[in-house]
Design a protein around this ligand. Structure first.
Ligand code: SAT
Ligand code: MN
Length: 588
């Protein structure tokens, strides 16, 4: 008897006409075999993978992508629900019928001369009721090996799927890596993504942003849960008590550093559960529980160093999983090790830059691409929590939202209610940095850090968030942070990094109810004497500045928020408009 899965794979291979179809089983032997093949197979004259120094970076390989394929391509990413209004102004819409015709045209015969890798995988621990069954195929060995790191690949997914047709269907071909023939099409109502023409993480590892966030958020809307672009951490206090937090930040706000934090405060420890994605359900006791559906990290290399993220450096040097991949970094030829800006102070003498040329230090250009990446298993991370595999997830006591703001946003405050928290999350904004396209220093709104990842109308998404006040019996506290406020001379006032543990401690004290807060226009603020600033050279005056609210700045902020809200039209929930009115009155 043919299962729906087998039938689907047959149909797809009839369309794409690969020379061979290979089903991945997820074993170590298989991974080693595929890596060996990737070392000998060449694309544009380069091997797909090159082995790196096994002593310093065990099990590690280097990959150089096509220079036109180094990041997500939001303008080529579509959400194809039947009804245009359901995707909202936050997505680009295409009629599903038209989108399928387009993709089938591209897919026809695209794997001639290639192997089709069929990748069955589970997002989440296969033992969890919250886990989801998925199958993606690809004609890229790099993508196949990356999927093994980022998801739970193997027969367990085939067993879970059995005779059912209810699984995520991911179509991927790298095609000819031509930006004019590159599309990432989502069909949330059919649990399907079709992606052509890119091998980059977020475009090609379909379990990640495409499924776990865009399709996931849509499923969550229909089924009563949340798929969020969030870290999940457990903070252990000196008595050994653990408090679990979620955290959402737009890019370039130190999200990964917080997920793997080594706290400066004595006796505190941060346990990592997730660095990018959280699936949040109401548990049997009415509290919110989160799992990380992924199995690895796909992180930005530049800026990762002994000072900013020592735990990640240890993770990258671990030998606990095969393989670890480095993409578009530079290579230090004397040691055959990957290198990127921020890894070491000294720039190695003899390097190959990310596009394959000899690196010229005097060029003023970075040696690694600013979006160069590592792909590494969570098994390699020394701070991974025992709770990472817990099928129930972890009970969430606090949700942290943040952005990068030179002015306006205080270091930390707590929201006064669920509605107020959802409002605060809906207005988060971040200033663009030099690493991003476009002008630096412009505030971009990015509600819940989900703007590029919400797979349906964001106004409906806000309504869904608000609904949790009726779904859950006990809700987490919501906090807003900004590590990046500057003084009149343009200097950062807060040390950030490991010192952010001081802020986590205040949040725990608030959750435990051991400290009071002061009510201000924006929410509940810390009293400076309640914050643990021991061994930190920071004046009371600076602390006051970090926590201050400027009426003038907030008046113009409110104008920007009103403009932003207007984009979502009349579907915008009343609760959020009311919150904006309340805020407006406070600064009138
Ligand atoms: O989309 S990814 O998760 O691959 C990384 C990114 O945000 O660009
Ligand atoms: Mn992300």
């Amino acid at each position: 008897m043919t299962t729906p899965l087998q039938k689907w794979v047959q149909e797809v291979s009839d369309l794409m006409t690969p020379d061979k179809v290979y089903w991945m089983n997820g074993s170590d032997e298989e991974a080693k075999e595929l890596a060996k093949m990737a070392e000998s197979e060449k694309v544009n004259g380069n091997p797909i993978l090159t082995k790196l120094n096994d002593k310093e970076y065990p099990n590690s390989y280097y990959h150089r992508s096509n220079p036109n394929d180094v990041a997500r391509t939001e303008h080529l990413t579509f959400v194809c629900l039947p009804n245009k209004d359901d995707v909202g102004s936050n997505n680009i819409w295409m009629d599903p019928k038209e989108a399928k015709e387009k993709m089938n045209g591209l897919f026809k015969g695209c794997m001639k001369g290639r192997t089709m890798y069929v990748i069955p995988f589970v997002m989440g621990n296969p033992k969890s009721n919250y886990a989801k069954n998925c199958v993606q195929f690809t004609d890229s060995l790099y993508v196949a090996l990356s999927m093994r790191i980022m998801t739970r690949v193997g027969d367990v997914a085939v067993e879970r799927i059995g005779n059912s047709d209810d699984f995520f269907k991911g179509y991927h071909s790298i095609g000819d890596v031509n930006p004019d023939r590159r599309f990432i099409m989502h069909f949330p109502h059919e649990n399907t993504v079709m992606s052509f023409g890119s091998g980059y993480g977020g475009n090609a590892l379909l379990g990640k942003k495409c499924y776990s966030l865009r399709i996931g958020s849509y499923l969550g809307y229909k089924e009563g849960w949340l798929a969020e672009h969030m870290i999940v951490i457990g903070v252990e206090d000196p008595q050994g008590k653990k408090t679990y937090f979620l955290g959402a930040f737009p890019s370039a706000c130190g999200k990964t550093n917080l997920a793997l934090l080594d706290p400066v405060l004595k006796g505190y420890k941060v346990w990592t559960i997730g660095d990018d994605i959280a699936w949040i359900n109401v548990g049997p006791d009415g509290q919110l529980y989160a799992i990380n559906p992924e199995a690895g990290f796909f992180g930005v290399a530049p800026g990762t160093g002994e000072k900013t993220n020592p735990v990640m450096i240890d993770t990258l040097k671990s030998d606990k999983f095969f393989p670890t991949l480095f993409t578009n970094t530079a290579v230090d030829n004397d040691n055959n090790t990957p290198w990127w800006e921020g890894l070491s102070k000294e720039i190695p003498e003899n390097m190959t830059e990310w596009q394959g040329a000899k690196y010229d230090k005097t060029s003023g250009k970075p040696a690694a691409h600013p979006n160069s990446r590592f792909t590494v298993s969570a098994k390699c991370c020394p701070t991974m929590s025992d709770e990472f595999e817990n099928p129930q997830g972890v009970p969430i006591s606090g949700i942290i939202f943040g952005g990068r703001r030179e002015k306006t946003m205080p270091l930390v405050y707590e929201c006064s209610s669920w509605d107020h928290g959802v409002f605060t999350a809906s207005i988060i904004g971040s200033e663009t940095t030099a690493a991003q396209a476009g002008a630096s220093g412009v505030v971009r709104r990015d509600p819940m850090a989900m703007l590029p990842f919400c797979g349906y109308n964001m106004a409906d998404y806000f309504t869904h968030w608000l609904s949790f006040k009726n779904r859950a019996k006990k809700l987490p506290k919501i906090f807003m942070v900004n590590w990046f406020r500057k003084d009149e001379n343009g200097k950062f006032m807060w040390p950030g990094f490991r010192d952010n543990s001081r802020i986590l401690k205040w949040m725990i004290d608030r959750i435990e109810g051991t400290v009071e807060a002061q009510e201000k226009e924006l929410g509940l603020f810390p009293k400076i004497e309640d914050m643990d600033l021991s061994n930190l050279n920071i004046s009371k005056e600076i602390m006051e500045k970090l926590l201050s609210i400027s009426k003038e700045e907030w008046k113009s902020e409110i104008v920007m928020i009103e403009e932003f809200y207007a984009k979502f039209g009349d579907k915008m929930p009343k609760e959020l408009k009311d919150q904006l009115d309340i805020l407006k009155k406070k600064f009138a």
